[in-house]
Design a protein around this ligand. Sequence first.
Ligand SMILES: N[C@@H](CCC(=O)N[C@@H](CS)C(=O)NCC(=O)O)C(=O)O
Length: 207
Amino acid sequence: MNTIKLYSMAYQDRSDRVRWLMEEIGLPYENHFLKVNDNWKVIEQGYCDINPMNRVPTIVDGNVTLYESAAICMYLTDKYSYGKLAPTIDSPYRPQYLKWMISSVGTYEAAIARLFTHTKTDLEKFQTREYVASQAEIWKKELLPILNHQEYLLPTGFSTCDIMMAAIIGNHEAPGYEFVAKGHPTVEKYIERLAKRDACIRAKVYG
Ligand SMILES: N[C@@H](CCC(=O)N[C@@H](CS)C(=O)NCC(=O)O)C(=O)O
C-alpha cells in the first residue's frame, strides 16, 4: 500500500478530517506541513503545481493527486473502507451519506467559516453571528431529530460523514460548537462521543 502524502498548514485546519479518517482506516500517511505567512496563506514554492488553488488539504496517493476535503474523504473511504465507513452504492443509506458529505462543507462549513473571515468590524462580526445563528436554527431542524434517536448520522452507525460534521462543528470552544451544539445535550454528547475516538485523538482534531 502507498504511503499517502497529506499537505496541510497545521493539524487544526481542513486537513483535520482527512487525517482523522486515515487514522480510522489505519492508512499509512505522512504529514507535509507547508510554509505559511502570518496571515495563514500558503507560501511554499512549487505547491501550486500540486494544487492550483494553493489551499489545503491535498493528498497524493500513488498517481492520484486530490484536493477539496470532502472529495478526498469520499475518495479515501470508497477506496479503502467501502461498505464500512461509507454505505455501498446499492445501500438505501448511500443517498443520505452523500447528502451529509456535501452539506457538511457546502452548507454548514460555508457559514461557520464566516465566523473567522467576516469579522473586520464590530458590525460585521455582529451581522455574521446573526447570520450563522439564523442558519443554525434551520440546521437544528435537520440534526436534532436524527441525533435525538440515534448515535450517529446514519442509522447503520459511525461513518465518514460523522467525521466531516464533527470536524466542522468543532469541540467546546470552537465557533461552530456554540451555534450548533451548545445547549443541545444530544449534539453535545454526539461531539463528545466522537472526540473520544482514538483516531480523533491521534489526529489531534481538537488539539
Ligand atoms: N473547500 C476547501 C477549502 C480549502 C481551504 O480554504 N483551506 C484553507 C485552510 S483550512 C486554506 O488553504 N487557506 C489558505 C488560503 O486561504 O490561502 C476544502 O474543503 O478543502
